[in-house]
Design a protein around this ligand. Sequence first.
Ligand code: ZN
Length: 100
Amino acid sequence: MAHGIVCWKCGAALEALTLPLRRLEECPQCRSELHVCRLCVDYDVRVAKHCREPTAEEVRDKEHANFCDHFKPRPKAYTPPDTAAVDKARAELDRLFGKS
Ligand SMILES: [Zn+2]
């Protein structure tokens, strides 16, 4: 069953893992812990404590395995680094130096 869960840190597909995730499950590629806020459906930097679940206990470390009962992995939790700004700066340089 495809669940679409990827590593929150490196983006590796985690189709080989079965759900629910064990608390100490790690990404096979980068060894990041996976039972973490960053991979959770309730993780949201726009809300207080970065968690949408009001009854959840505050987890301060968002990148290490937590004991949260509300943890539920979110598909496609990986956000690639913002390369758009870098590309734009490079294009600007190329223009200055007369390359295309
Ligand atoms: Zn990873």
